[in-house]
Design a protein around this ligand. Structure first.
Ligand SMILES: [Zn+2]
Length: 128
C-alpha cells in the first residue's frame, strides 16, 4: 500500500488538493494508522505555521480587495468616523488596563518592600 508523505498531508490540511485526491486521502486515512499520525503531525505544523492573527489579517485584506473601489469611496466620512471611534475606545481601554496594571505593580512593590522591611527588622532583632 502506498503511503502519503508529510508534505502531501500538508497539502491536504491546506486544502490544496482536488476533490478526488481529498477523497483518496480520506479513504486511506480510515485504514492507515501510520498515515493518521503523519496527518496529525501535518495538522500541528499547519497550526504553528499560520497563527490566528495573520490569517485573520490576510482574510480581511482578501475581503477588502474584493470590495469594488466605488463602494469603499461612497461613505468616506462614515468610515473615518467609525475607525476613529474604534481606535479611541481601544485607546481608552488600553489606558484603563495600563492604569490598573500600574496600580497592581505599585501595590505589589509596596508589599514586597513592607515584607522586606519586617524581615530586616526580625533579622536585626535576632542579631541583637
Ligand atoms: Zn498510509
Amino acid at each position: 500500500m502506498d503511503h502519503y508523505s508529510l508534505e502531501e498531508w500538508l497539502k491536504y490540511v491546506k486544502n490544496e488538493l482536488g476533490e478526488k485526491d481529498r477523497e483518496a486521502y480520506e479513504d486511506h486515512l480510515y485504514t492507515c494508522d501510520q498515515c493518521l499520525e503523519v496527518y496529525l503531525e501535518a495538522m500541528e505544523e499547519e497550526e504553528y505555521a499560520l497563527p490566528a492573527m495573520p490569517r485573520e489579517d490576510e482574510f480581511t485584506n482578501l475581503v477588502m480587495a474584493q470590495i469594488p473601489d466605488n463602494k469603499v469611496k461612497e461613505p468616506p466620512m462614515l468610515n473615518v468616523a467609525k475607525e476613529q471611534k474604534k481606535s479611541t475606545s481601544q485607546k481608552m481601554w488600553f489606558e484603563c488596563c495600563f492604569t490598573i496594571a500600574l496600580a497592581c505593580l505599585l501595590l505589589i512593590g509596596g508589599l514586597v518592600k513592607m515584607l522586606e522591611g519586617t524581615k530586616n527588622k526580625e533579622e536585626k532583632l535576632e542579631q541583637d
